[in-house]
Design a protein around this ligand. Structure first.
Ligand code: F6R
Length: 242
């Protein structure tokens, strides 16, 4: 794993956006895997700014998001489709048809998962996947105990994840209990991964990620087996590995 230590969140966001911009300049048809949550927000702001400055076009890029809550329509401001439109897609020149987020309102969720994996496969696979990490080591919504062999699937969210994500909702009861997520296998098939981690509350997770054994108990540990992971983390997140 290549590790870049940055001072703070802003520098992490800038570095990540530069990596993405360089990839798209080299290969305009890049297939990007994207994450939501607090961690990539700054990176999305940087990408929007770069586009506004005329530095980068996303018109040939295709995107696949990692996950989506089950039961939230795209207009719900807590759905990940809403998040992506709001933070990125509506501010850049990517045609919306080239953006993909699992449909958490699908009547047949098993079929939706299959169709999502097939669509990724037909696009040639993910070239560059952006990941955040949960304090319990989840990536996407692959919670501790998820098999490393999974493709896109439906999950029950862990109480700790519901608790962590309640900050976006009116109350913890409003957080959906289920989600669709790309599986560990889908993530591991990405040709390149950028993992972003910021803040002291993730310091234990970073320690476990880098020094723990590879185990389904801590899903992100599988990234130790990927050939092309670039971790960009700030000083606070790396404070326990020194
Ligand atoms: C979101 C996702 C999650 C988050 C993780 C960290 O699409 O895949 O795995 O990356 O929950 O969330 P934040 O960045 O809010 O700490």
């Amino acid at each position: 794993m290549q590790i870049t230590e940055v001072k703070h969140y802003e520098e992490m966001s800038k570095k990540a956006s530069e990596l993405i911009i360089n990839r798209i300049k080299q290969m305009p048809k890049t297939v990007l895997g994207l994450a939501t949550g607090s961690t990539p927000e700054g990176m999305y702001k940087e990408l929007v700014q770069a586009h506004k400055n005329g530095e980068i076009s996303f018109s040939n890029t295709t995107t696949y998001n990692l996950d989506e809550y089950i039961g939230l329509p795209s207009e719900d401001k807590n759905s990940y489709r809403f998040y992506m439109n709001d933070r990125l897609f509506h501010h850049i020149d990517i045609p919306l048809e080239q953006t993909n987020v699992p449909n958490g309102m699908a009547s047949d969720l098993t079929k939706e998962c299959k169709v999502y994996d097939e669509s990724i496969r037909q696009s040639g696979g993910i070239d560059l996947q952006v990941l955040g990490i949960g304090v319990n080591g989840h990536i996407g919504f692959n919670e501790p105990g998820t098999s490393f062999e999974t493709g896109t699937h439906v999950v029950q969210l862990a109480p700790s994840t519901i608790h962590a994500n309640a900050r976006f909702f009116a109350s913890e009861e409003d957080v959906p209990k289920q989600a669709i997520t790309m599986g560990i296998q889908s993530i591991m098939k990405s040709k390149e991964i950028i993992l972003l981690i910021s803040g002291a509350k993730k310091a234990d997770a970073v320690f476990q990620l880098l020094h723990g054994e590879v185990s389904e108990i801590f899903p992100a540990s599988i990234l130790q087996n990927h050939q092309n992971v670039h971790l960009i983390a700030d000083e606070a997140a790396l404070s326990k590995v020194k």
